[in-house]
Design a protein around this ligand. Structure first.
Ligand code: UDP
Length: 330
């Protein structure tokens, strides 16, 4: 692929150090380590079909639908042990930039294999993983708009197609090591991937499949960070894990000041009021409105992806606090 892209490494800096953070919602939901293995209900409903029942609660981040009998009697999961992991359903955002590795090629197969291996290790634990893949390693609409008469919308559609290329590459890598994976695209490309259908995506996750959301939001003028926040909210993910090339959010730019401190936690307000480039404003606002915390962490350090997915302390946590429910470090 010969199309070049501008590479913008996000500047994750904050002038005023603040480790205060609010924890605006409860993470007290109980879920068995492997819902697929420990499900109590023998149901004669249609919930076992691919496009089956909606296990989401429109308002909360958790739902009891998957543990309800066809007659609406809720099965109490309290008797089952809580998994030792902070999250049970995560949305992992991988930028195209990160996929490029050392930039010898647009995509570095070593990077996709590392992601696949780490995701495999957590799906075995029963944690449900959805992924939004960026496309900046191949094409960024904003960088190309205007050149050669390319209007922004057309450029953005090309950018969205780039995310599909990355998604199919990642899917193939995952399946090469035995992880069942589905790609769902925001606009129809039915010969290569499923269309995005929220309920079907949730069902795939419940069945232990990894779901990769491709083509961003399907709309120009948006980013895959916003797609991550949007899909995260739609599938009731408990966290958006933003994999980057830096360790997290610093109090100052670490490239200018080697003594800059990596921040443990931040509030959404701190991110927006300081105009930090952690995520674009639409994405962070969407996370804030839907009370979805965001973890910013370094994808390039081995083990970080699985740590982040398991809820272990890695990088910077926005909109929540590392607390006692965080799994012990391994
Ligand atoms: N894009 C878009 N709408 C979306 C998501 C992405 O138009 O909802 C386009 C946009 O041109 C963007 C490109 O796809 O530049 C690649 O996405 P992004 O820049 O977010 O990728 P990343 O920086 O994560 O690699």
């Amino acid at each position: 692929m010969a199309i070049s892209s501008s590479s913008s490494v996000p500047l994750l800096s904050l002038n005023t150090v603040s480790s205060s953070s609010s924890f605006p919602f409860s993470l007290s939901c109980v879920r068995p380590q492997s819902r697929r293995n420990q499900r109590l209900v023998v149901s004669c409903s249609s919930s076992e079909t691919d496009s089956g029942s909606d296990s989401l609660n429109g308002n909360g981040r958790h739902s009891q639908m998957s543990s309800m009998t066809p007659f609406g009697v809720t099965m109490n999961e309290a008797g089952l042990s809580r998994p030792p992991y902070k999250w049970r359903r995560v949305l992992l955002k991988v930028s195209g930039e990160a996929l490029a590795g050392d930039h010898t090629q647009n995509i570095d197969p070593k990077v996709t294999m590392e992601i696949a291996r780490e995701v495999a290790s957590v799906t075995r634990l029963g944690i449900e993983v959805a992924i939004v893949v960026g496309g900046g390693n191949i094409f960024r609409g904003a960088s190309w708009a205007g050149s050669s008469g390319l209007d922004r919308s057309s450029a953005d559609y090309i950018g969205m197609l780039a995310t599909v290329m990355n998604s199919i590459f990642l899917q193939a890598t995952m399946e090469s090591i035995g992880i069942p994976t589905r790609v769902q695209t925001a606009f129809r490309m039915s010969e290569v991937a499923e269309p995005y259908i929220r309920r079907r995506a949730v069902r795939h996750l419940e069945k232990g499949r990894v779901v990769i959301f491709a083509a961003g939001t399907g709309n120009p003028f948006f980013t895959t960070d916003t797609a991550a926040a949007l899909r995260g909210a739609e599938i009731n993910a408990e966290v958006v894990l933003k994999a980057t090339n830096v360790d997290g959010v610093y109090d100052e730019d670490p490239r200018c000041n080697p003594n800059a401190c990596l921040l443990d936690t931040l509030t959404y307000q701190e991110v927006t009021s300081k105009d930090l480039s952690v995520m674009d404003m639409t994405a962070i606002t969407l996370c804030q409105e839907n009370k979805i915390p965001v973890v910013v962490f370094n994808l390039n350090k081995p083990g970080n992806i699985s740590k982040a997915i398991k809820g272990e302390k890695v990088g910077t946590l926005i909109g929540a606090a590392w607390n006692s429910t965080v799994a012990p470090r391994t």
